[in-house]
Design a protein around this ligand. Structure first.
Ligand SMILES: [Zn+2]
Length: 69
């Protein structure tokens, strides 16, 4: 099987995720674009990176409430 490299974490992975259509992924995509200028959905990213950005979005929402002290 041909391996490829994730443009985000630079790790060698078996496949990249390109289908980022649902709302959660839309937020994740915006965040990746913010962190990596020049990156587009067409470049794809590995599943662990996508999961990390999905969680990142959830965390950033909860941070808003936690940091009000
Ligand atoms: Zn990655």
């Amino acid at each position: 099987m041909q391996k490829t490299h994730c443009p985000i974490c630079r790790k060698e992975v078996f496949y990249l995720v390109h289908h980022l259509h649902n709302m959660t992924d839309k937020f994740a995509v915006e965040q990746v674009k913010y962190d990596f200028s020049g990156w587009t959905e067409d470049d794809g990213l590995c599943l662990p990176c996508l999961e990390r950005y999905r969680k990142y979005n959830l965390m950033s929402f909860s941070d808003i409430r936690i940091t009000v002290n």
